[in-house]
Ligand binder design. Structure first.
Ligand code: SF4
Ligand code: SF4
Length: 187
């Protein structure tokens, strides 16, 4: 009898303690600021793509999760400021372990990782994200490629502009889940 009362007492005491349960997915949990989530292929301020199709990210990936095919830019069909662009770009999230080695290898800061972590799917095919899915959205003032170079005649003009106006690329800094969303549920 005494043991039963002790047991109920313990349960009763816990009823008044603050909840520690995370109510996901109804209430998304904020990540650490530098959390490694879904990848983003960033753009230059005029909308041209930063990816030059060099495949360094694919070679750096320990899980063989990235597939890249480079293509040649022409004056009529220009997708990036350099000679080459990423014609085909895929990341297989059934393989990716979110280590971040690919973004370290990228020479143009084209590839970065966002805080987005809702990637689960019951289809392997749906876990292969294409270039169209990974490309950062066009911000105001950007133009959908292909189009001529707007920031200068030389490829270097793009990288000098990036030094002078840091943060001008699109997609790298996706908004975090805010505390307000956490308290009030999904926006
Ligand atoms: S985060 Fe790691 S595992 Fe995922 S694609 Fe990049 S290098 Fe490969
Ligand atoms: S994302 Fe970066 S490393 Fe990968 S192919 Fe494009 S430019 Fe090269």
């Amino acid at each position: 009898m005494l043991d039963s009362l002790k047991g109920f007492g313990l349960t009763f005491a816990h009823m008044f303690r603050p909840q520690v349960t995370i109510k996901y997915p109804d209430v998304p949990h904020p990540t650490a600021p530098r959390y490694h989530g879904r990848h983003v292929l960033n753009r230059h301020p005029d909308g041209l793509e930063k990816c030059v199709g060099c495949e360094l990210c694919a070679w750096a990936c320990p899980a063989d999760a990235i597939y890249v095919e480079g293509g040649d830019n022409t004056d009529e069909q220009r997708f990036s400021p350099g000679e080459r662009y990423g014609a085909v770009y895929q990341i297989n999230y059934a393989r990716c372990i979110f280590c971040g080695l690919c973004i370290e290898a990228c020479p143009t800061r084209s590839l970065t990782m966002s805080n987005e972590y809702e990637l689960a799917s019951d289809s392997r095919a749906d876990l292969i994200f294409t270039k169209e899915q990974l490309l950062a959205p066009l911000l105001p003032g950007m133009e959908q490629p292909p189009h001529p170079m707007r920031l200068g005649d030389r490829e270097a003009d793009y990288y000098i502009a990036a030094v002078e106006t840091p943060g001008a690329s699109a997609g790298a800094e996706r908004p975090q889940v805010s505390e307000t969303q956490v308290q009030g549920g999904r926006a």
